[in-house]
Design a protein around this ligand. Structure first.
Ligand code: ZN
Length: 361
């Protein structure tokens, strides 16, 4: 989080920020990387002890979260191997609001455990825009989503074209006059159309300072960390609180074993089919490979391994798992940036049959 000076305009933020920090703090080395973090090899992240995020999207946060959770190795009893944990400190701001949180993968809830915190992007119902506009944003969205298509058919709207933006602004102004709505400005038009929330220096400073403090606590163990999630709102006065969150036992990113009950007679092939039917996993998988305690039960690639493990598909899973009643299988898939751990528990087929018999009496 950093504010640029005139001479910095047009340069990469990472490069400028790194140079400035090195100027201010003697003896520190900052290596800037100007690229998408998703482009970095996963091994790149292994070299860090603590990772502090200042990202601007859900996708990027989700990605790093799953990479770091994927590094955690679990003991037989499901407890995480502490030496494999890389703490994450995350901060974000939107106008006068901000948050900071600490994620200790395998111990505290991960980012994915509380994805519900992020509401879907606000959109206005079209009928409100068309019939009962009540705010400047309604007028702007009307011009942008409806009027443009009506009056400038065949032209693709380009938010980076100043003439297009000015047109939206003029139409929104007219509509505002019609419905007696004031407060429509050119910069608000840009903000609404491009979905931009202006950055507020004080919010950024507060959130950045919180992230630094939490990082210092983790690095030095001088104090216990914050209770999971800090919210800050500076719209009217200052509202600040921390909220503890719970781990989601079904979290496919950080659970030591997402629980899944299957019939005792299930084959490995049927088990893989079951994964695709389960709403928790299906969107995350394309070609899953399955392993058990380091043994490859089924590998999708390379072809040699696929051929070698293919006969297992018709084997009962319980036999492949050495007759255990319940244990964890590791699922790897190119859609996942880490390992998916599924705790399989076998249902006794006999029990199911008994239940059915009782039901028919
Ligand atoms: Zn999680």
């Amino acid at each position: 989080m950093y504010y640029c000076r005139m001479q910095d305009v047009g340069k990469a933020k990472a490069d400028v920020a790194a140079a400035r920090v090195m100027q201010r703090v003697k003896g520190v080395t900052v290596t800037p990387h100007f690229c998408k973090i998703e482009e970095k090899d996963i091994s790149f992240f292994k070299d860090f002890q603590i990772i502090v995020l200042g990202l601007d999207s859900l996708e990027a946060r989700s990605y790093i979260n799953s990479v770091v959770c994927g590094f955690v190795e679990y003991e037989e009893d499901g407890s995480p191997d502490l030496s494999t944990i890389k703490p994450l400190v995350d901060g974000g701001t939107e106008g006068f609001k901000g948050h900071a949180r600490v994620i200790i993968p395998g111990i505290t809830p991960c980012f994915h455990c509380s994805l519900w915190l992020f509401p879907p992007q606000i959109t206005f119902p079209l009928c409100t825009l068309a019939e009962t506009p009540r705010s400047p944003a309604h007028c702007i969205e009307f011009a942008h989503l409806i009027q443009w298509g009506q009056d400038r058919t065949g032209e693709t709207f380009d938010a980076d074209n100043p003439e297009h933006m000015k047109w939206i602004y003029d139409q929104a102004l007219k509509r505002g006059e019609q419905f007696n709505i004031s407060g429509i400005t050119y910069s608000l038009t840009q903000g609404v159309v491009k979905n931009i929330v202006p950055a507020i220096a004080s919010t950024n400073a507060i959130i950045a300072a919180t992230c630094v403090l939490e990082t210092l606590k983790i690095a030095t163990m001088c104090s216990t960390g914050m209770d999971i999630y800090m919210q800050y709102t500076g719209t009217e006065g200052i509202y600040l609180r921390t909220v503890p969150h719970d781990k989601d036992p079904n979290c496919i990113i950080c659970s030591p074993g997402v629980p899944l009950e299957v019939d005792k007679s299930i084959t490995l092939q049927k088990f893989i089919d079951t994964l695709f039917k389960d709403r928790r996993f299906k969107l995350k998988l394309s070609k899953p490979s399955v392993s058990y305690h380091g043994n490859n039960l089924y590998m999708q690639a390379p072809p040699v391994l696929e051929e070698m493990t293919r006969p297992n598909l018709q084997e009962p899973l319980v036999r492949l798992m050495g007759g255990e009643k319940s244990d964890v299988l590791n699922i790897n898939d190119r859609r996942l940036s880490g390992v998916l751990r599924v705790r399989v528990t076998f249902r006794d087929d006999a029990e199911t049959i008994d239940m059915d018999t009782v039901g028919t009496h």
